[in-house]
Design a protein around this ligand. Structure first.
Ligand SMILES: [Zn+2]
Length: 312
């Protein structure tokens, strides 16, 4: 965690619910009241809005980076670049402030998850932002690039599971939404969304072998597996299937599920806190590449997914 995000204290302690977020529905702009201001180490401040289009990075699983953009004081010419956007926690009773990732898992239910828009207030007093109405503008080009590769990343995970289903000798693993053995979940090490690709790193230890994965066979057939995954992806892209995020509620801490309805009537779905394209029809092609690696003597697999959009 960068020093910029070291939460110190809230100016007012007025937060009574988790931030309302509009990024899951695709919003990139919005107007809101500033509910509270968090004072940070080094003179930066974090604006906590009632509602925001900004997607914050989730430090506990930082797959999709924070949005970039600006916050503008309404009615004035003052504009502040959002230098970082993180998830902070406000304790429901004490109103203490913390980086949410530092709150222990079983404690999290006692904290409101809020979107912290970190800015340099320049010469303005932190208190002058309280109760002000601001306009939040997300960098739409950057967001769309992240949407594109986040959607690609999920489709690739489903395609990998389809392509490796026959490499499991017994049913010791979890099944994905298409009823394939969920290699993406069982072997997941890290996942990262970039502007021009997504990268998933998979590890293959003893436990996945115990669950029935024939690791050696899989590694010797990598080219075949990669081709099979690319074939599934090509078929799905050609379908132009719709993509949607279903949310249990409007708040940052409400559960959200990503859905893609395939033409054969099946539905790919997975929990997801990020943002996505509205449909596969925007995509021209998805290229999936598997590369075997040895990291500290451990066998790993790096999957790189590159999505090309249709030209408008
Ligand atoms: Zn996701």
């Amino acid at each position: 965690m960068s020093a910029i995000g070291n939460a110190m204290n809230l100016l007012r302690g007025a937060i009574v619910e988790s931030s309302r977020v509009t990024f899951p529905g695709g919003a990139v702009t919005g107007e809101s009241k500033v509910l509270d201001v968090a004072m940070l180490v080094g003179g930066k401040i974090a604006l906590l809005l009632e509602e925001t289009p900004f997607h914050p990075v989730d430090a506990t699983w930082p797959d999709q980076p924070a949005d970039r953009g600006m916050i503008q004081l309404k009615g004035g010419e003052r504009t502040f670049p959002v230098e970082d956007c993180q998830i902070f926690g406000v304790h429901k009773e004490t109103k203490d402030l913390a980086e949410m990732a530092k709150v222990p898992g079983k404690e999290k239910q006692n904290w409101f998850a809020v979107v912290a828009h970190i800015i340099n207030p320049q010469e303005l007093e932190a208190g002058s932002f309280l109760e002000e109405t601001v306009v939040a503008n997300v960098d739409a080009v950057y967001r769309n690039a992240l949407n594109t590769h986040h959607t690609g990343c999920h489709m690739a995970a489903a395609a990998l599971n389809q392509a490796t289903h026959s490499y499991w000798s017994k049913g010791g693993a979890r099944q994905d939404s298409l009823k394939a053995w969920d290699l993406d979940h069982e072997a997941m090490d890290t996942s990262m969304i970039f502007e021009n690709r997504s990268e998933d790193l998979y590890r293959f230890g003893k436990s996945i072998k115990k669950k029935g994965l024939q690791t050696e066979q899989l590694f010797s057939d990598l080219e075949k597996v990669q081709q099979a995954a690319n074939d599934f992806l090509a078929q799905w892209v050609a379908s132009g299937a719709p993509v949607a995020i279903q949310a249990a509620g409007p708040h940052l801490d409400d559960t959200r599920t990503w859905h893609c309805n395939l033409p054969d009537g099946r539905e790919v779905k997975m929990f997801c806190g990020g943002s996505h394209l509205p449909s596969l029809s925007k995509i021209a092609a998805i290229q999936y590449n598997l590369e075997p690696l040895t990291v500290d003597g451990e066998k790993k697999l790096k999957a790189t997914t590159v999505v090309t959009l249709k030209s408008e």
